[in-house]
Structures are given as C-alpha cells and as structure tokens.
Design a protein around this ligand. Structure first.
Ligand SMILES: [Ca+2]
Ligand SMILES: [Ca+2]
Ligand SMILES: [Ca+2]
Length: 300
C-alpha cells in the first residue's frame, strides 16, 4: 500500500508544480503584452457579396462607429459607399495608394479614429482582408486574419473593439458595430469575441440613394465617389433590388446573385478575436526545467 501511495504523492507534487509553473508562465505573459488574432470569415454563399477590407479599432470604449437613426460620419460614408477606410496604403501591393491623390475626401474612418480621444489615448487600428485579392476584400468562403499586440499594462486603452466594412456591391451598405464590443473586462481579463453578422445587421448609411446603377457602384475607379446624395440617416438596409429587376443581383450574369442578405437567417460574416498562445517551445522548456527540479527534490 505504501509503495502505491508514494508514487501517487509524487504525482501530486509534480502536478502541483506543473500547475504552478504553468500559472507563473501565464502571469509573466499577461503582465506585459498580449497578441490578439482577429479573424473575419465571409460566410456568404458562392456568388454572394464581398466584405471589403475590414477596418477595426481597439480602444477605450469612447469611439462611436455609428448610431442607428443618426446621420453617418464621413468615415462611415466612405466605407459604405466605396469600401475606403484611409488605410489602403497598408494593403499588400497598395503601398503607394493615397486616397487624397485620387479623390478630395473629407475625413476617413482612419482619420476620425486617429484624431478621436480613443485614438489619442493609445487606440490601435488596422485592416483584415483576404489573401487572394487583398485590395478588394474577403470573398465568399474566404477567411482573413490580422494580429495586433496590445499593452496589457494599459489595457484600458484597448479594451473595446469596433469595426466597419462595406457590403459590396451596393450603393452604401455596410456592416459595423453599433456599440463597441468589450474584449477585455475592466480587470483586464480577456473575454474575446465570436460573433456572426446576420443579413438584418447590414446597415444603409443613408448617404447615397440605392439606385444600383453601375455608374454609382464602385466596380471601377471611375465609379468611386459617384452617386446621388441621400441626405438620410443610418437604417437597417432594406435589401438589394430583387433578381430580375436589373439591379446588382442581376449584374454580370449573376456574379452576385446569392447576395440577397434579406433571406431568412442569411449570414454575412463571422468575427472572432482570440489570444495567440505563448510559443510552445518556451513553455516546454520551462516545464522541463520545473520537472528536473521536482525529480531532484523527490529523490532527496
Ligand atoms: Ca453607436
Ligand atoms: Ca442608401
Ligand atoms: Ca457610389
């Protein structure tokens, strides 16, 4: 009996020590920086819509992307009408692109964020896009990712997540958070996010009339910043014109025929925010070191 107890007692010490070492490693890594992985998956069917380069910000909770029933900001207008965020020159192959070289745009969402209290308070912003055609965005079935490092010591500056992206093709349809999403609690514990944007959460910016005319929808550079002013407010988008009516769902022999986001249960995108684990090699070495220490103690 005693012979069986000894190894089991040893195992308990070993387990306890591994847990201690494990929590020390966790404590060390969360005391400094956290690497977050932002993943955006286009859940639309083949020949559905495109999620244009997806803007996100990590901030103190004070940045307001939009309000239903209120006029859209110029930042949201440019996202919704033309898929432009102001961070175009961060996209692969697009390093020399400056919006204002082509269009006399007022503030983009990147400008608004940078100059907001949230931005000046250490807010971070970037884009998530697809690998196949990064300048255009994330296509049906495609997944885009981005990683970002947040300072765990000042996590209150980056506790909340906001996002905005155009639903393409459209005159001014977009997806975005109506309220910032809390991804760290007030004590700094990681909550993360895993959410699906449904078709009834596609918004109309209220800035451009939904004429679905090829000259006003940004299929080419020439049709960027074209359209009839709407002068309205942000609403739930009423939907694209039905198939057969000559609208965008009929464009290009049905290239976007499955983009009717008013279909029941239609899923636009899945957004996940996860913490990137510590590199396995570092953890392994530390655990091995801990075990070596235990064996010496148990043997003595
Ligand atoms: Ca809001
Ligand atoms: Ca509109
Ligand atoms: Ca337009």
């Amino acid at each position: 009996m005693a012979d069986q107890l000894v190894p089991s007692f040893k195992n308990q010490i070993i387990m306890a020590t591994i847990l201690t070492v494990g929590s020390m490693i966790t404590a060390t890594s969360t005391a400094t920086a956290s690497t977050l992985k932002i993943t955006v998956e286009n859940l639309m069917p083949t020949n559905g819509g495109v999620v244009t380069p997806f803007w996100f910000g990590l901030h103190d909770g004070s940045f307001n992307t939009f309000d239903l029933g209120a006029p859209a900001s110029s930042g949201i207008e440019h996202v919704a009408e033309d898929g432009l965020t102001g961070l175009e020159n961060t996209l692969p192959g697009n390093e020399n692109f400056e919006i204002n070289d082509f269009f006399q745009f007022d503030s983009t969402i990147a400008d608004l964020f940078q100059n907001s209290n949230a931005g000046m308070n250490g807010g971070l912003q970037d884009l998530v896009t697809g690998e196949n055609m990064p300048v255009l965005g994330i296509f049906p079935g495609e997944i885009g990712t981005a990683t970002v490092n947040v300072d765990q010591q000042n996590i209150s500056n980056n506790r909340f997540f906001s996002y905005a992206s155009m639903f393409f093709p459209s005159n001014d349809a977009f997806i975005a958070d109506d309220n910032p999403i809390e991804i760290f609690d007030s004590a700094g514990n990681f909550i993360g996010a895993d959410l699906i944007v449904f078709g009834n959460q596609v918004w109309d910016a209220g800035t451009e009339v939904n004429d679905e005319d090829l000259s006003t929808v940004p299929f080419t550079l020439d049709s960027i910043a074209q359209g009839v002013e709407e002068g309205g407010v942000v609403t739930v988008h009423p939907g694209l014109q039905p198939v057969g009516s000559g609208g965008l769902l009929d464009f290009g022999n049905g290239a976007f025929a499955n983009g009717d986001f008013t279909v029941d249960g239609f899923q636009v995108a899945r957004i996940t925010i996860a913490q990137v684990p510590e590199p396995a090699t570092t953890v392994g070495l530390l655990v091995l070191g801990g075990l070596f220490f235990i064996r010496r103690r148990v043997a003595s």
